[in-house]
Design a protein. Structure first.
Length: 292
């Protein structure tokens, strides 16, 4: 996989000061003392790859617009909601799928290779950890690069679905009015109206990205699996997440219960600040490469 070696794209990264040498030293000590590090990442690790997030102060979707992501129930219930979702996703996919890992993703991959990182859990659906080469990893909320049928469970690659969209919509064109998280773009209702959405080729069922939409829950099996990996770990690092979503926050609560030291690397406040051993307010791609 190619990796972005250019300067990070900071359009969607909140402003922050360069890492303080004292912070670098404290995180170095934290990582050095860990033998089996459990890492949880969020959208703040991918903003430096040019992918916008929801909650970042001033630059996240919620700060810039009044738009909200699609809800699971709405997608399942409404054909017009699915048409709107897939039309926007079709337009956004070429750019979204082309994003590359940044230095933070590569550092975590290297820690895994060195045997330092025991398990990585990402709340992101952008496949950047996989592109970086991480293997000891759980994609907690799934991945937009896979699509499955709600009827028969058949899976296809999102890139393959793009070809089906193109075949069904040979003359359909739309210009996006800005980008949103997770490959979404802004289109008008008028633009979306004539977009054709394919059904499952095996059973004619509804196709859905293999991601946990807002309002849906992570499977019990996946949650149990992550809890097992956490039980084998001796410390927890949260990178680029405010941990506002309970599906990720529950693992921080479990780590606190086990009295594991917890370090947080995130620009802005998080839900864990009051019980973390260490809180650092820096860019992941700037601070993590300084740790050896």
């Amino acid at each position: 996989h190619s990796v972005s070696r250019a300067s990070p794209n900071l359009a969607f990264v909140p402003a922050c000061l360069p890492p303080d040498p004292v912070d670098v030293e404290e995180l170095q000590r934290f990582v050095s003392n860990s033998k089996r590090l459990f890492v949880m990442t969020g959208a703040g690790i991918s903003t430096e790859s040019g992918i916008p997030d929801y909650r970042s102060e001033g630059v996240g979707l919620y700060a810039r617009t009044d738009r909200r992501p699609i809800q699971h129930a709405e997608f399942v219930r409404s054909a017009s909601a699915r048409q709107r979702y897939w039309a926007r996703n079709f337009v956004g996919w070429p750019q979204f799928s082309s994003h590359q890992p940044n230095r933070a993703h590569l550092v975590l991959r290297d820690w895994e290779k060195l045997g330092k990182l025991h398990w990585l859990v990402t709340q992101n659906v952008d496949a950047l950890h996989a592109k970086a080469g991480s293997q000891r990893m759980t994609e907690l909320h799934g991945c937009t690069h896979r699509v499955f049928c709600l009827g028969c469970g058949d899976q296809i690659l999102r890139s393959e679905l793009q070809e089906h969209f193109e075949a069904l919509n040979p003359t359909w064109k739309a210009e996006a009015f800005g980008v949103a998280p997770d490959g979404d773009v802004f289109l008008t209702d008028e633009q979306v109206r004539n977009f054709q959405v394919p059904a499952c080729r095996k059973c004619g069922g509804i196709l859905k990205p293999d991601v946990t939409f807002f309002g849906d829950t992570v499977s019990r099996e996946k949650v149990d699996f992550v809890h097992q990996r956490l039980a084998e770990s001796d410390s927890m690092l949260v990178a680029g997440s405010s941990m506002q979503v309970y599906s990720g926050y529950r693992f921080a609560l479990a780590a606190r219960e086990k009295q594991l030291p917890i370090a947080i690397l995130n620009i802005g406040p998080t839900r864990l600040d009051h019980f973390a051993s260490l809180k650092l307010n820096s860019r992941c791609g700037e601070l993590l490469p300084l740790i050896v």
